[in-house]
Design a binder for this molecule. Structure first.
Ligand code: AMP
Length: 249
């Protein structure tokens, strides 16, 4: 069984995002970039399935600029066998990513595609669902537990009401939740070993996919600053303020 895992390079989740002065986007120059957090869970799960002897190969794929190769290298350092970088310059939207991934699936013929539930930069939560639609494959989104069966998967999903367990036939798409597992750290020897693992580079234009943005971004602005709070001296004063000023009790 082959597992393809889509990993995206995004601004690190610990970075304080700053908006460009002209409101045309966020500042990315000299900013720490990392793997989109749920994509780390997707890689971890694929590697665990391989370690359990249920998969033969884990392939990490990313779509982005040349530098996105770092994200693939990190996946290789935690256990993926080989990588694919589909090169695109500039902004790439979920629809274009899913069309590119469809071409990679046609070429690699994986049994499973693991992805993150959502990218923390665009918060779209669309790519996995659109890829499933393009391939006409079943999808299990927001997975917090995955059990591999003979020709299917049993997936527990995080939903508003609690947990839902579904069964999907393979081949299928799974988008992973942060609760799925605890991603491992890459050890130094494994980082060194990963340097020898192959990364295939493909130009998106050679795949015949139109990556032109369909969405016009009008403006990006920072959320309004919160007003400073006040300190009260006693519980009585707090109750008075809630009654008389906030009028919430
Ligand atoms: P999104 O639909 O943008 O919220 O992204 C959902 C998931 O799709 C991510 O967690 C990744 O697994 C995958 N994905 C999105 N964009 C890319 C990309 N440029 N390269 C690789 N995977 C991506």
């Amino acid at each position: 069984m082959k597992i393809l895992v889509a990993v995206k390079r995004v601004i690190d989740y610990n970075v304080q995002i700053r908006v460009k002065e002209d409101g045309s986007g966020v500042i990315t120059d000299n900013v720490k970039m990392s793997t989109n957090p749920p994509d780390d869970n997707a890689i971890e799960e694929a590697v665990k399935i391989k370690e359990a002897g249920k998969a033969s190969e884990v392939i990490a794929v990313t779509v982005g600029e040349e530098k996105a190769q770092e994200t693939v290298r990190k996946a290789l350092a935690v256990g993926a066998d080989r990588g694919i970088l589909v090169k695109v310059d500039g902004v790439i939207e979920p629809l274009a990513v899913s069309k590119i991934l469809q071409k990679i699936v046609d070429k690699e013929k994986p049994d499973l595609v693991f992805m993150g539930k959502q990218a923390i930069d665009d918060d779209c939560n669309q790519t996995g669902q659109m890829l499933a639609a393009l391939l006409n494959w079943p999808q299990a989104t927001f997975a917090s537990k995955i059990e591999v069966k003979e020709k299917s998967l049993e997936v527990t999903r995080e939903i508003d009401e609690g947990l839902e367990t579904i069964e999907v036939k393979m081949p299928s798409i799974v988008t992973c939740d942060l609760r799925l597992n605890e991603p491992r750290y890459a050890s130094l020897p494994n980082i060194m070993k990963a340097k020898k693992k192959p990364i295939e580079q493909i130009n998106a234009t050679d795949l015949g996919v139109d990556t032109k943005p369909r969405i016009e971004q009008i403006k990006v602005e920072e959320p309004p600053k919160r007003k400073a709070g006040i300190k009260v001296a006693s519980v009585e004063e707090l109750v008075q303020k809630l009654k008389n000023e906030a009028k919430v009790i």
